[in-house]
Design a binder for this molecule. Structure first.
Ligand code: F6R
Length: 617
């Protein structure tokens, strides 16, 4: 994880670095630091905790901040070593001539550290990055050239890195390198920027070069030179950055999470746009590159993802097996990569990732790519590493999601999976499902309005009341069955990640196989029950829970008067079929998690220990 930034130009470097880091806070936020270079003087400032602590330190250094135009910065999500000031980046070598920031993990750092210690290097921190700083500095000693030193050092490093380095003897440049961690160079007029991600630089430039793995570059005020691993000068394409600075604003909402929850109606409209024209017309998925014959030959689908994206995949399985009639396996990427997995040209692999930078999913997709399986990537970042691995790229275009807890991207992933499932069914010519698909397509068209109805004050007031009432509980159980089981898992994940309440999602039928032992009147059980095949079954499971004194909260589209008393609290969603209901139920659970966390005074957008983009295995 971590975010890195670099600037060289005429602006005050400290301002560009701090602004950039503030937009990279979603990548980590346990400490931060900058190095400011003026002539052959380099000043390093670091702070534990949130970025605001670093800002306070810089306020006391007006001289250097007002007069420095080259610098590098870092925001950390600790991997090696505690989140302390000493472990915060930038790191230096013994002579302090070289300064480095790093995103990634150096796998052979212990080995390198031993070698460097034997050569006399002494280490201040517990980080793998400091090892790299010493290594590059040693190489510099041989060549007196920062580019050459970076090239030589990175050849010895195993693992993932995006590096920005400066050297006191070469005060006109920043040298960068990339392997398995994102890095872009923003191109300006008489200035250039380096960043882990677009939001860090979008207010300054809309043009950027995306570095590829094994590339190394020299960034100066008026030039950018990129070299491949064989030292050939490369002409990387300058790409247009597809975002507006305004998309990274809260627009009056207290938190990004709340704003992003409220954007979901439009997010659905965006995903449907151009693909679902009317319920009578076939789904148009021109980005999906398999021919009709190839689709008919698909014997198996495997969906690979992590966290919230994995939960979207579980809904996808349900809908794809039902309509496209293909067996679907849904796999957590982190488990997938350490197994002898099976895939071939008749397997369709779908990678789902908001960021497109999740290390485990990237590794899994790379593994599958060698097996000739067609790779479809559903991602919010069409500019990401994962997108670049896709045979079929299915962008979800939800707009930048800033809050660490994923909300609108989950919604967009769900809708994309519905469309893909219906598309596969239509291309396979499964006519027996036609009438049902036509009905569901109509529901998808009506869905944005229903989501917006659910977000109106009258519904949210009820959810707020429930949130307040249950905010003091230490544990929570979410139950559902069928297509809403992933909703229960996702609702529990949302609650635990932003409120730190121990919440677990279960298939309601599984309750009696163990978890029921935990039920008493200190255990709220939130049940999702939609009219459909499992409605009565979930209702019976609720009866069982109630009989054990559990505090029952129901989320439902319909409830018979006689069953109402079973629930201590009820949240009624707009009328919807069971198969589309995950897209409405999840909005309730997102809001419930949000209001509980907000009521508890938690840091909703930046929950402890987390980072939005998990770029380390
Ligand atoms: C939860 C959350 C994480 C991510 C997971 C995968 O709110 O955000 O569980 O879903 O880290 O990230 P992506 O989708 O970027 O691959």
């Amino acid at each position: 994880m971590c975010g890195i930034i670099g600037y060289i130009g005429d602006k005050k470097a400290s301002e560009v670095l701090i602004s950039g880091l503030s937009h990279l806070e979603y990548r980590g936020y346990d400490s931060s630091g900058v190095a400011l270079m003026k002539g052959n003087r380099v000043e390093i400032y670091k702070a534990e905790g949130k970025l605001k602590n670093l800002v306070e330190i810089l306020k006391t250094k007006p001289d250097i901040c007002n007069s420095t135009h080259i610098g590098i910065g870092h925001i950390r999500w600790a991997t090696h070593g505690l989140p302390t000031t000493i472990n915060a980046h930038p790191h230096t070598c013994n002579c302090k001539n070289l300064t480095l920031v790093h995103n990634g993990i150096i796998e052979n750092y212990q080995e390198l550290k031993e070698e460097l210690s034997a050569l006399g290097c002494t280490f201040q921190s517990q980080t793998d990055t400091e090892v790299a700083a010493h290594l590059i500095a040693r190489e510099y000693g041989k060549t007196k050239n920062l580019l050459r030193a970076m090239q030589a050092a990175t050849k010895k490093i195993k693992g993932a890195f995006a590096f920005c380095a400066i050297h006191k003897n070469e005060p006109d440049k920043i040298v960068i390198a990339k392997r398995n961690a994102p890095l872009i160079v923003g191109i300006g007029e008489g200035e250039n920027f380096i960043a882990s991600d677009i939001p860090a630089i979008i207010e300054y430039t809309k043009k950027a070069i995306y570095l590829s793995d094994y590339q190394v570059g020299v960034v100066k005020k008026n030039s950018v030179e990129i070299y491949d691993e064989n030292d050939n000068l490369i002409k990387n394409k300058i790409e247009f950055l597809p975002f507006e600075a305004a998309t990274i604003s809260k627009l009056g909402y207290k938190h990004f999470m709340l704003k992003e929850i409220h954007e979901q109606g439009d997010v659905i409209r965006n995903v449907l746009s151009g693909k679902l024209i009317s319920n009578k017309e076939k789904i148009n998925l021109e980005n999906f590159k398999l021919t009709q014959t190839e689709i008919k030959n698909i014997k198996r689908v495997q969906i690979i993802a992590c966290g919230t994206s994995l939960h979207a995949g579980l809904v996808g399985k349900y809908i794809m097996e039902k309509f496209a009639q293909i067996p679907v396996d849904v796999e957590a990427s982190s488990e997938y990569i350490y197994r002898d997995t099976i895939a071939d040209e008749n397997t369709l692999t779908i990678g789902i990732s908001q960021s497109g930078e999740t290390a485990d999913t990237i590794t899994a997709i790379k593994q599958v790519k060698e097996k000739n399986s067609h790779i479809a990537i559903i991602t919010n970042r069409a500019d990401s590493t994962m997108a670049r691995l896709a045979d079929s790229l299915l962008p979800i275009s939800a707009g930048i999601e800033v809050s660490v807890a994923a909300t609108k991207s989950y919604m967009a992933q769900l809708i994309s999976l519905y469309l893909l499932a219906f598309y596969l069914a239509e291309q396979k010519g499964i006519t027996t499902k036609d009438s049902e698909i036509i009905k569901l397509k109509q529901e998808l068209i009506e869905l944005p309005n229903k989501v917006e109805a659910l977000l109106e004050d009258s519904s949210t007031t009820k959810i707020k009341e429930i949130a307040k009432k249950y905010s003091s509980f230490k544990d929570f159980i979410f139950i559902a069955r069928g297509i809403n089981l992933p909703t229960a898992l996702e609702g529990a994940l949302k609650l635990k990640e932003i409120s730190y309440i121990n919440a677990t999602g279960y298939g309601a039928g599984e309750l009696k196989h163990g978890p029921i032992a935990m039920l008493d009147n200190n255990m709220p059980v939130l049940a999702i029950l939609n009219t459909g095949v499992v409605y009565d079954k979930v209702l019976s499971n609720c009866e069982e829970a109630r009989a054990r004194q559990a505090r029952l909260i129901g989320v439902t589209n319909k409830i018979e008067r006689k069953d109402k008393d079973l629930f201590e609290d009820l949240i009624i969603i707009p009328s919807v079929s069971d198969l589309i209901s995950p897209a409405l139920n999840i909005v309730v659970l997102q809001l419930l998690a949000y209001y509980i966390a907000e009521y508890l005074g938690k840091d909703v957008d930046q929950p402890r220990n987390l980072a939005k983009s998990v770029t380390v295995e």
